[in-house]
Design a protein around this ligand. Structure first.
Ligand code: NAD
Length: 354
């Protein structure tokens, strides 16, 4: 992961108080980067940010990305070299209840981050983190390639499709001429220790397991691709470095999804997680109407493998092992920052898929 490269870089991470942002901040801190995090407060209680002391040793700015002046002021005083933009309203179900907040944060918030990057005069590289849901989902069995149309049926997915279009326009209107590299990164359904977000499968299952009761799932037969959080994060870091070194040639969209091994039903995940926890699963399908969520959505990752040399390292089985050991450590009050760094080191030292 090139500590020599990162140790001399000032990195702005938006969304650093969130699940992915906390892992990324710890990873970049361990590589010696000078970090400024810009976000709202951690979105959950408990949170990885609080319990792994992610804010120690970084500049920590609580700032709403819907407020352009505030965002620009943080960028102007920190003067980052590299921006990794992850702050977002990331939940599909919440986006049905709060579409204005979702579009405001995910679309105009992205405009504000890009504009602040442009005006800061220091930024050379931007990775804008969107999602696999940015594609127009045709509910088919094949993986989406980076050049397929943007879309999104629900407000969250559509807001991320819009964020992709914003990035494309900013790239072509400003950044190409200014020699600034801007890429978008599309991944989906990440899992890992330290996620307590509402209505996500793994946090819900761990909650049920902790209470020793029945596992409640909305749709046990739905098949989704799953990957450990460190997989896409490693992709963002590789992409940021290549963009920094080679700029415009990497300024496009990139998929970071799992291999076919990561495609499993919700029921399989529940049963396997319970077995790893040490109990026999009792699964109950939750009755009732649920808002529409995309069913099968798969990414074609050929481009990232071939052109970035990135590839998934942990099978779903290994990813679930890491989650169970992480969560048990959390229950027994272990030092979570040390545990995250240990898992990052384990990830780094695994060469091929295990
Ligand atoms: N978790 C997943 O499975 C997944 C899948 C695909 C894409 N993503 C994307 O990855 C990114 C991070 O997701 P996550 O799961 O860590 O989410 P999260 O909810 O854990 O974290 C979101 C972060 O954004 C910040 N934020 C939210 N609204 C903000 C605002 N108005 N101003 C400033 N900061 C704000 C929060 O404070 C937090 O730091 C998001 O862009 C999300 O769309 C996540």
């Amino acid at each position: 992961m090139c500590p020599n490269f990162w140790a001399s870089k000032k990195v702005m991470i938006t969304g650093h108080t969130g699940f992915k942002g906390s892992w990324l901040t710890l990873w970049l801190k361990s590589l010696g980067a000078d970090i400024c995090g810009l976000s709202l407060e951690a979105p959950t209680t408990p949170s990885l940010f609080a319990h792994a002391n992610v804010g120690d040793g970084i500049r920590h700015e609580i700032q709403d990305i819907r407020d352009f002046k505030g965002v620009a002021s943080v960028f102007n005083s920190f003067k980052p070299d590299i921006v990794i933009h992850m702050a977002a309203q990331p939940l599909v179900r919440l986006s049905y209840d709060s579409p204005i907040e979702t579009y405001g944060t995910n679309v105009m918030g992205t405009v504000h981050v890009l504009e602040a990057s442009r005006r800061a005069g220091s930024v050379k590289t931007i990775v804008n983190v969107t999602t696999d849901k940015c594609y127009e989902n045709r509910e088919w069995i094949w993986g989406y390639r980076e050049n397929e149309p943007m879309g999104g049926r629900d407000p969250y997915s559509s807001s991320k499709g819009c964020a992709e279009l914003v990035s494309s326009a900013y790239g072509r209107s400003f950044f190409e001429n200014d020699g600034i590299g801007l890429a978008t990164a599309r991944a989906g359904n990440v899992i890992g220790g330290g996620d307590w977000a509402k209505d996500r499968l793994i946090p819900d299952l761990l909650n049920d397991l902790e209470r020793g009761g029945t596992l409640h799932v909305r749709n046990p037969n739905a098949t989704r691709p799953w990957q450990h959080v460190l997989e896409p994060l490693s992709g963002y870091l590789i992409l940021a470095k290549r963009l920094y070194d080679e700029k415009v040639s990497f300024s496009e969209g990139w998929n970071f999804g799992p291999t076919d091994d990561g495609e499993r039903t919700v029921g399989w995940i529940a049963e396997t997680l319970a077995a790893k926890w040490g109990v026999a699963a009792q699964i109950e399908s939750q009755a009732g109407e649920h808002p529409h969520e995309a069913n099968f959505l798969k990414l074609d990752i050929s481009k990232a493998k071939l052109q970035l040399g990135w590839q998934p390292k942990w099978s779903l089985d290994v990813a679930l092992d890491k989650i169970v050991s992480w969560h048990k450590a959390w229950i027994s009050n272990r030092n979570l920052q040390e545990l995250c760094i240990q898992q990052i080191q384990e990830y780094n030292s695994d060469e091929v898929i295990t």
